[in-house]
Design a binder for this molecule. Structure first.
Ligand code: 6GU
Length: 225
């Protein structure tokens, strides 16, 4: 899978995408991510990409021309399955959307800043608008890191244990069960006996019960879906 990201702050995306599982995905050639500084397509030598909003009001708006130029430049090289705009008023991102995106070949991601981007870019270029939760970030870059990470770890061959993404929280609308490692007793606090039993069926049942219980108490909304 290939992901292009248009941003005015490419530096913000460097570290989150260069370590751990995202590094492994790219080292294995399963994922390529390329950031593109919007200022390359700026209107003038001052690197202008934003302007005051029509009708007045505080905050700048990212202009049509640089964004349209950037998008059309990238579209000459690739056919995108989705042109994603990251914005707090988009559809709330979740595991199901991550699963859908992970099946795609090429994605183009646009990070907004300031008051957002000119509405016409949303109307005529963007195919999906995504928010990562009900709070406002200073820009779309951290949200882009979140979305790319959630997608990248789902690509076949990225996680070492192929089943490991399947047992994540949310994969079946259930939260993950509690996990323990050595020692079996720490300061008198014991690991649940069943996990030491060596009986795979008992363990699987216990984990399912725990998942269900956790989901009931913490996220009953997931069970209602
Ligand atoms: Cl995608 N962008 C911004 N700026 N803020 C957000 C967001 C996105 N999702 C939640 N808050």
């Amino acid at each position: 899978m290939h992901i292009d990201i248009i941003t005015v702050v490419p530096e913000l995306l460097e570290s989150p995408l260069s370590h751990s599982i995202m590094k492994r995905a790219q080292d294995r050639g399963l994922l390529t991510v390329q950031t593109h500084n919007l200022r390359q397509w700026a209107l003038n030598k001052y690197g202008q990409v934003d302007d005051y909003q029509f009708g007045g009001g505080a905050g700048m708006v990212m202009m049509c021309e640089p964004l349209a130029s950037a998008i059309e430049h990238l579209q000459k090289e690739k056919t995108y399955d989705e042109v994603i705009y990251l914005t707090p008023d988009g559809e709330r991102f979740n595991q199901s959307i991550a699963n859908q995106f992970s099946l795609m070949e090429n994605l183009l991601v646009i990070c907004g800043h300031y008051k957002g981007i000119d509405e016409r870019i949303r109307q005529y270029f963007v195919t999906k608008e995504i928010s990562i939760g009900d709070y406002v970030l200073s820009g779309g870059e951290l949200a882009a890191s979140v979305v790319v990470d959630a997608i990248g770890r789902l690509l076949p061959g990225v996680l070492n244990n192929e089943t490991s993404a399947l047992t994540d929280s949310f994969q079946d609308n259930l939260l993950a069960p509690p996990v323990y490692t050595r020692p079996a007793e720490f300061r008198g606090w014991k690991v649940p006996e069943i996990l030491l039993s060596g009986n795979p069926n008992l363990i699987e049942n216990w984990r399912f019960e725990q998942s269900l219980e956790r989901t009931k108490t913490r996220r009953p909304d997931l069970l209602a879906d």
